[in-house]
Design a protein around this ligand. Structure first.
Ligand code: ADP
Ligand code: ZN
Length: 211
């Protein structure tokens, strides 16, 4: 099964993706992670991406679509994958439909007013785990791997406001795009724990898989 994960920044796409990977074995492909790895590695792509990411804007479509297209050309995706952070606008969604077969769009719906706090309180680990300061009890290392937790450069209030605006204007219209294709599956990601959200996702996905 090939899944597009949709949701505002801070909706919990990454968190749910790691749970889905553990449960179903789907490969997790995050364009944000790919860009951050490129920035860290000092590549050409990283240099281009950094200025857009710091401004809370989208990295140009040509760059992003190529990255995803190349990634989906690898063999390991045959058993199913999740796209996290792609597509992020209508152009990318239409491009994706040219080189991939998407089965379902999992939309994690979270009330807007929760997002700013969620992102600014987020602490991440290089292993991919993320946490919120409110549940860390002062811990500074990752419960999963012991790595040091840090705040992403773009998780500051100014950049987050721009990212939320970009989401509203460019990404939210994809909800209707996938609805029109009959592929939309919406779950509520605002209330309850990450495990509670995952339970709803699992129930809905299993129903779909059983069909
Ligand atoms: P979040 O979902 O928390 O905003 P991501 O890690 O998915 O974070 O993305 C971080 C940044 O990387 C985005 O704000 C954007 O600048 C860039 N980016 C990620 N995916 C895409 C994409 N599909 N198209 C354009 N830019 C992207
Ligand atoms: Zn870790």
């Amino acid at each position: 099964m090939n899944i597009v994960l949709l949701g505002a920044p801070g909706a919990g796409k990454g968190t749910q993706a790691s749970k889905l990977a553990a449960e179903y074995g789907f490969i997790h492909i995050s364009t944000g992670d790919i860009f951050r790895a490129n920035i860290k590695g000092g590549t050409e792509i990283g240099k281009v991406a950094k200025s857009y990411i710091d401004a809370g804007k989208l990295v140009p479509d040509e760059v992003t679509c190529d990255i995803v297209k190349n990634r989906l050309a690898e063999k390991d995706i045959a058993s199913g994958y999740m796209l996290d952070g792609f597509p992020r606008n209508l152009f990318q969604a239409r491009e994706l439909d040219k080189f991939a077969r998407i089965d379902v769009c999992l939309n994690i719906d979270v009330p807007k007013e929760l997002l700013m706090d969620r992102i600014c309180g987020r602490r991440v680990c290089a292993c991919g785990e993320s946490y919120h300061v409110s549940t860390l009890n002062g811990a500074t290392t990752c419960a999963k791997c012991g790595g040091k937790l840090y705040r992403r450069d773009d998780d500051n209030p100014e950049t987050v406001a721009a990212r939320l605006d970009t989401y509203e204007k460019q990404t939210a219209p994809l909800i209707d795009y996938y609805k029109a294709q009959g592929k939309l599956l919406t779950v509520h990601g605002g209330k309850g724990s990450p495990d509670g959200v995952f339970a709803e996702i699992k129930a809905k996905l299993d129903k779909l898989i059983a069909k």
